[in-house]
Design a protein around this ligand. Structure first.
Ligand SMILES: Nc1ncnc2c1ncn2[C@@H]1O[C@H](COP(=O)(O)OP(=O)(O)OP(=O)(O)O)[C@@H](O)[C@H]1O
Ligand SMILES: [Mg+2]
Length: 399
């Protein structure tokens, strides 16, 4: 074992030296290391570069801390925000932003669980793995898997009792990402309404356990049973970045990044993306790449125009999802196409385009909630919030 550890340490050193040499060489050659992300995966503090990339959200963490510290009456927070607005990244950063009294356990329901036993097993795995990772906590009690197979809810309840005793003064925060997948699972018959009863009892009856849900949907957009079972949820909105944080992302995405690189174009980037974090990253990534290809160190307005086509291609699935799915379907798609083609319109002008009155109001509300469209308070006219999205829709819907 020892020789192996020694060999590994040597390799680590060699690798670190090689990396440092490569970085120094690329700096000398004028090549910029590209710190931005174009793939749209969640940021994670366990990846060291991501810590510098993750900007803002301070007030949301403060709000969460406030809600969770009220032990007597702890309403469940519901993180709601549009696709790729940064919900999962926020959940990933919880351990670094909340007080050590709170132990967050992250579980994503993006991949469907195999029935109720599979789901409870997955929750247990996520909780146990997180608690075992947290330094100084010791070994948490384990869920009895045999019991789980025989009587899933009873076994989970017994385990929760033991876990609460073990947690003592600490609070376990069960952060469930893509929570609406539970409804889809119920629709497919994978689980039934007892899963909502379980969530409700975790929220109401367990002093040492808190539940946070995160997703794109508000409770009232799901089946009515959700709002009636999960009363008191506190919606916390995950919108686009605020302007200062968006500027900070472009100026200092990594400690060694030269702040002047995107300085001359940051106003344009903020305007074209409306500070949507994923699009800011894709745009900035594409610009740094373009600068490297053309052997320069700072971007101009001409560069912004030159890479826009590439940005539209790279983010196609995001744009198409906003336009066709998040908009609520064909009616939303039609309204967005009209706004993209004709520019800002008031509600009456938009209503005149459609025949389905009841659906019209619901669709416009849905798109406003998701910040796909925004209404100007003075002119009362609606417009597509992200100019890049408007460009995409204009092109796609052109005859
Ligand atoms: N706070 C932030 N600072 C900088 N960039 C961010 C931030 N949050 C998100 N991003 C960027 O947005 C991308 C999407 O983030 P994330 O996956 O967390 O969003 P999401 O809301 O969970 O998306 P989805 O709805 O698709 O699950 C990331 O890859 C990252 O580039
Ligand atoms: Mg996510």
């Amino acid at each position: 074992m020892r020789p192996l550890i020694a060999t590994l340490a040597t390799w680590q050193r060699v690798l670190a030296e090689t990396l440092a040499q490569a970085e120094a060489a690329s700096r000398a050659s004028g090549h910029l290391a590209n710190p931005f992300r174009s793939a749209g995966n969640p940021l994670d503090p366990r990846t060291s570069d991501d810590t510098a990339l993750f900007k803002g959200r301070a007030s949301l963490f403060r709000q969460l801390e406030g809600i969770l510290s009220d032990a007597g009456r702890r309403p469940p927070p519901l993180l709601v925000g549009g696709r790729r607005n940064g919900k999962t990244s926020i959940l990933r950063f919880l351990p670094t932003r909340l007080s050590s009294r709170i132990a967050p356990a992250f579980v994503s329901l993006q991949k469907p669980a195999d029935g109720l036993i599979g789901l409870l097993g997955r929750l247990a795995d996520a909780i146990t793995a997180e608690l075992q990772r947290t330094p100084g906590l010791g070994v948490p009690p384990l869920l009895d898997r045999k019991q789980l197979q025989q009587d899933a809810f009873a076994a989970f309840g017994v385990w929760m009792d033991a876990l609460e005793r073990w947690l003592d003064q600490r609070v376990l925060l069960l952060a469930i990402d893509e929570y609406e997948a539970l409804e889809e699972g119920m629709g497919r018959g994978c689980y039934d309404e007892r899963i909502l009863a379980l969530l409700r009892s975790l929220i109401q009856d367990r002093r040492q356990i808190a539940v946070l849900l995160s997703g794109v949907h508000e409770l009232d957009e799901l089946a009515p049973i959700w709002a009636s079972r999960l009363i008191n949820t506190v919606p916390l909105r995950v919108g686009f970045l605020v302007e200062d944080d968006a500027r900070a992302l472009l100026r200092e995405p990594a400690p060694a990044f030269p702040p002047a690189t995107l300085a001359a174009v940051s106003d344009t980037l903020l305007a074209r993306t409306h500070c949507q974090p994923y699009l800011l990253q894709v745009y900035a990534y594409s610009l740094v790449e373009h600068l490297n290809e053309t052997g320069r160190r700072s971007a101009t307005e001409a560069d912004v125009a030159a890479v826009e086509e590439l940005v539209l291609t790279r983010a196609t699935s995001y744009f198409s999802d906003q336009w066709r799915t998040e908009s609520g379907g064909p009616l939303g798609e039609q309204l967005l196409a009209a706004l993209a083609q004709r520019g800002p319109m008031d509600a009456e002008a938009l209503r005149a385009l459609v025949s389905d009155e009841a659906n019209f109001t619901r669709t416009l509300k849905r798109m406003t909630r998701r910040t796909i469209v925004i209404r100007d308070a003075t002119s009362r006219r609606y417009t597509i919030s992200i100019p890049l999205l408007a460009t995409y829709i204009r092109r796609e819907s052109a005859l």
